[in-house]
Design a protein around this ligand. Structure first.
Ligand SMILES: [Cu+2]
Length: 618
């Protein structure tokens, strides 16, 4: 039997790029020809194909988790029935590279369908055939556009141009996938739901998406998401810290790519499929999300050109990878066949242009010139996700002589830093609730050369992955915790969350019991919340520490909305970390100069630090 080789899309060209661009979804929906073909191609792989066809949407979505069957002969049975039985690699160094050929596979299946559809056009056929060759999987840049366009989340029908050149409305395949049939392997509530759902309010068969809640949740998460993404790209420099959500931040006090990715799964899904790894691959937004994850891999890689995968533990394992073994650059990325006898491996997925696609940020760069690419991408990252002074310039409204007087007692805080902080102007009214608007308008994008350092405040979260029994959030608040848990994620006192993206079907989850000691780690950045909510006039430790001790609160909540008693989450540990960031002369990104773990801010409270004394490192 010959295998379905994962080659990606072929043909087409983007000016100034080595291969056609994948486009951001907001740009993509405006490309009438590509969008029309994409919608029809999705419909084709959804419903014209049987769910048993290897390149049907169901089969490709099912690679991730359920139905736990082989895809194209990659392992006849699970290598360990006590392990995770999907193919997707989570919690290991393979996370970023596994999902690269995975998105490539859906891109290939969609383009193959689009090429056939374009050939049927009787009006503008040449243009549509050209559009099909240029068609690539769009990405959703949630760090910039936390609420996706209506074509993705709220329209039941979309307008396309059909093969006769007519504008017609068709059911929107980006909104949901309809199972035909619901696979018998699905546990409840997925067994009851005929389609994928986002933020369903009930487990009933007639449950529907709660679009207002979905939008409000994403909008509220936006500023934190942007900061997390900026810090990932600018502060993380080692593969173990970059690649996955197990504890090891490489001293960055920043999230991994996987950790940020987890938050999107949980915030998009609510109690629906996206927040459960066993069925997340069936939501059409999954591949748009993972194209963005893949783009961040490309950007990070350009900024850290000599860093690629290193060996690490396999964690939960997969259908073909036993748990608690070592994986690395030569581990087979099953089930993605590269040749008839071999799979893709991480060592082979470094250059996307060889896989038939690129991202717009790389257009017109001399890809052979590592240093030039690095500085061009760095400038783009500052432009898109916040320049080096963004975080602290947001905050400070008035000078404080008190701060400058006392600051020297706390390490190397200079009085200069404090007073320069005070010079920055702030938009006094937070803009929560406006799509795409940064929560705080930042004056310091106009660079003040005097601003050379600032303190960044972050809550580090560690918790055992399977303690809560499914996906969950650890939500952080300043000042007070709203009384109604329903409104937690969208309340003005909410500053950000840590997200656990965890298999919930306990009856099919032997690894949930066996891998009980797997720990997740992530970071919630507090500066913007402090700037918006407190009346503080400085980020100096002497000012912020007593404030946080009094006013920082956290709660644990399952995706169902159920609140988990903090005393019951015994593995949870929240530690507040302050990092003094400097901008060395000639540098474009801030660099940590010293780090203090302020254990006593959270010590003695449920889920707080196990230590009591502040520890420092530089
Ligand atoms: Cu994912």
């Amino acid at each position: 039997m010959s295998h379905y080789l994962v080659t990606g899309a072929t043909g087409g060209s983007t000016s100034g790029a080595a291969a056609p661009n994948r486009l951001e979804i907001n740009d993509f929906v405006k490309q009438e020809d590509q969008f029309s073909l994409y919608i029809q191609a999705l419909q084709y792989i959804y419903s014209s194909k049987s769910q048993d066809d290897i390149d049907s949407f169901f089969q490709i979505g099912g690679i991730h988790g359920l139905p736990y069957v082989p895809w194209d002969g990659a392992g006849n049975k699970p290598v360990d029935t006590d392990a995770w039985e999907g193919y997707c690699t989570h919690g290991s160094v393979l996370f970023p590279t596994f999902h690269r050929p995975y998105v490539l596979l859906i891109e290939q299946a969609i383009q193959a369908a689009a090429v056939n559809i374009a050939a049927t056009y009787i009006v503008d056929r040449a243009r549509y055939q050209d559009a099909a060759l240029n068609l690539r999987q769009p990405y959703w840049d949630w760090a910039r556009n936390p609420v996706p366009p209506p074509e993705v989340i709220s329209l039941d029908e979309v307008t396309i141009v059909n093969s006769s050149g007519e504008k017609i409305s068709v059911p929107n395949p980006l909104r949901r996938y309809t199972f035909h049939p619901i696979d018998p392997s699905f546990p409840e509530p997925y067994q009851s739901w005929p389609t994928t759902l986002r933020h369903p309010l009930t487990d009933d068969a007639n449950a529907s998406d709660n679009v207002p809640e979905l939008k409000a949740t994403l909008r509220s998460a936006g500023p934190q998401l942007k900061t997390k993404t900026y810090n990932l790209l600018t502060r993380v420099h080692t593969w173990p810290a970059f690649s996955n959500h197990t504890p090891d931040d490489g001293g960055s006090t920043s999230n991994s790519l996987e950790g940020i990715h987890d938050s999107i799964h949980v915030d998009v899904g609510g109690n629906g499929q996206m927040s459960d790894p066993s069925v997340a691959g069936f939501d059409p937004i999954f591949f748009m999300h993972h194209a963005q994850v893949d783009r961040l891999l490309s950007l990070w890689s350009a900024l850290n050109p000599r860093v690629w995968i290193t060996d690490g533990p396999s964690g939960d394992g997969t259908w073909t990878i036993p748990p608690d073994t070592v994986v690395g650059q030569d581990t087979d990325l099953t089930p993605f066949w590269n040749t008839q006898s071999s799979y893709w491996i991480s060592a082979n997925v470094t250059d996307t242009s060889k896989m038939g696609y690129t991202y717009p940020e790389f257009n017109n760069l001399d890809m052979g010139n590592e240093a030039a690419v690095r500085s061009a991408i760095a400038a783009q990252v500052n432009k898109l996700y916040g320049g080096p002074f963004t975080k602290f310039a947001a905050a400070i409204q008035q000078p404080s002589s008190q701060v400058t007087a006392d600051a020297s007692a706390i390490g190397n805080v200079t009085s200069d830093a404090s007073s320069h902080l005070s010079d920055s102007k702030v938009n006094p009214t937070p803009n929560r609730g406006i799509d795409d608007a940064p929560q705080v308008e930042l004056v310091s994008t106009v660079r003040n050369d005097e601003q050379k350092e600032f303190w960044e405040w972050t809550a580090r979260v560690q918790i055992k992955k399977y303690e809560i029994g499914g996906s969950f959030k650890v939500l952080f608040f300043l000042d007070s915790v709203p009384s109604d848990p329903k409104g937690w994620a969208t309340d003005p006192h909410f500053v950000g969350a840590f997200h656990g993206f965890v298999n919930s079907s306990a009856e099919r989850c032997a690894n949930c019991r066996r891998q009980q000691d797997v720990v997740l780690e992530g970071f919630v950045h507090l500066n913007e919340g402090i700037a918006n909510i407190s009346n503080l006039n400085s980020f100096d430790p002497i000012v912020v520490e007593p404030y946080l001790k009094e006013n920082l609160h956290w709660r644990v909540q399952k995706v169902s909305g159920e609140v988990v008693n903090l005393d019951a989450a015994t593995s949870l540990e929240v530690v507040v970390v302050a990092t003094r960031l400097e901008l060395p002369p000639g540098d474009i990104f801030p660099v940590p100069a010293e780090t203090h773990h302020h254990h006593h801010i959270t010590h003695g409270r449920p889920g707080g630090s196990r230590h009591s004394v502040t520890s420092s490192s530089s």
